[in-house]
Design a protein around this ligand. Structure first.
Ligand code: SF4
Length: 189
């Protein structure tokens, strides 16, 4: 549960704060950013066009939002607030990562592109969406287990023996590699 993100979302549903000029971290992303949702409700979104997996100072893999401006743009905050206003707050309190990932995909792409593979969830089609892709011989991708703070990440080559994990492409420089639902591809970010 992304408690801090939920607190910010509920506050934004009451009223948008705009830029927090008095915050000592302002502007943490860009001048005049909207700070209504400081802690992103979609964290970790696992969508590479916004963030990426990095190694923390303690050596653990984490999802980094350092270069993501999306949740701090006014029009996006408004869209997020409009989307979630359709749900009772109790539903949002009890919702899991999967619920918020579906919501995020619907806001971004107009539909959910990810799909379930046994107990796992394949988020690779959402990662590839809109990018130029070609066939690839490389069959590896990542299976991510979302924990309290850190991500458990392992490289996998097929859909066998998956647990409650999220499947995302392998990223190498500006190239994403993985399975788009029909074939192995590599796509330029
Ligand atoms: S990368 Fe951006 S959209 Fe994704 S979780 Fe971080 S702040 Fe949210």
């Amino acid at each position: 549960m992304n408690e801090r993100g939920l607190v910010d979302l509920f506050a934004a549903m009451n009223s948008l704060s705009g830029p927090s000029y008095e915050c000592r971290y302002y502007p943490c992303h860009f001048e005049d950013q909207d700070c209504s949702i400081c802690f992103c409700i979609f964290y970790p979104c696992l969508i590479y066009r916004f963030g990426e997996i990095v190694t923390s100072s303690s050596g653990m893999p984490v999802w980094s939002c350092k270069n993501c401006h999306w949740i701090h743009k006014r029009e996006n905050v408004e869209e997020v607030v409009t989307y979630f206003s359709a749900f009772p707050r109790q539903v949002l309190v009890e919702a899991d990562w999967r619920f918020f990932s579906k919501a995020f995909q619907e806001i971004l792409f107009g539909k959910e592109l990810g799909y379930e593979v046994g107990r796992a969830y394949n988020l690779m089609p959402a990662n590839f969406y809109g990018f130029s892709c070609r066939d690839s011989d490389e069959k590896a991708f990542l299976a991510v287990k979302i924990g309290e703070e850190f991500l458990g990440v392992r490289e996998v080559r097929d859909f066998e023996n998956l647990g409650e994990e999220v499947l995302i492409p392998l990223k190498s420089g500006g190239i994403l590699r993985g399975f788009d639902g029909k074939r192995c591809v590599e796509c330029e970010l």
